[in-house]
Design a protein around this ligand. Structure first.
Ligand code: ADP
Length: 190
């Protein structure tokens, strides 16, 4: 089972991914987590990505695709994976199709976690206030930029998968447990 968790910043993709990897014993590939690790290790990639991430902009597709291509080639992906935070542009989605085709694999479903914009802002502001978990990209100016970019560059990805009849939507404004239950129900048929 290969799935994409899709949604705006603060939709709860990371939280739901953690639940799903336990439940279905598949792995999670989060481009955001991989990038943050590179930043922490101060690799060349991390150094060039840091400012872009801190501003809430998108890291160039070529960098993202090289990360994802390398990760998808690892044997643990064979049993299934959850993509979280990727694809974030139409070009990334098209490139992903090419990689999977070569591997004789495909995306089974894309799960859109739908959350209203005012709720997103509230959630991320709260996350930024939790001192134990400060992310430099969680402040309100940058958040507005991230939401703007989401609408402009990332939302078109939804239509791409909708046309392929792979898109399913869950209401991301329910409790964490109820969102998890709704996702499990949707995946039952794969
Ligand atoms: P979110 O809080 O929206 O889940 P992520 O942790 O997925 O954020 O990503 C953090 C930052 O890393 C993004 O704002 C962006 O700068 C960069 N990033 C992560 N994934 C991608 C991607 N697929 N394409 C471009 N940039 C990305």
């Amino acid at each position: 089972m290969n799935i994409i968790l899709f949604g705006p910043p603060g939709a709860g993709k990371g939280t739901q991914a953690k639940f799903l990897i336990e439940k279905f014993k598949i792995i999670q590939i989060s481009t955001g987590d991989i990038l943050r690790e590179e930043v922490k290790l101060k690799t060349d990639l991390g150094i060039s990505a840091k400012n872009i991430m801190d501003n809430g902009d998108l890291v160039p597709d070529e960098i993202i695709m090289s990360i994802v291509e390398k990760r998808l080639a690892e044997p643990d992906c064979k049993k299934g994976f959850i993509l979280d935070g990727f694809p974030r542009t139409l070009n990334q989605a098209l490139e992903l199709e090419k990689i999977l085709k070569v591997q004789n694999s495909e995306i089974n479903k894309i799960i859109f976690i739908d959350v209203d914009e005012d709720i997103l802002i509230e959630r991320i502001t709260t996350r930024a206030l939790e001192t134990s978990n400060i992310r430099e990209d969680d402040n309100s100016t940058i958040l507005k930029n991230r939401i703007k970019i989401y609408k402009k560059d990332t939302k078109p990805v939804l239509d791409f998968y909708k046309n392929m009849k792979k898109l399913v939507t869950v209401n991301g404004m329910m409790s964490i447990e109820d969102v998890s239950k709704a996702i499990v129900k949707l995946l039952w048929f794969i």
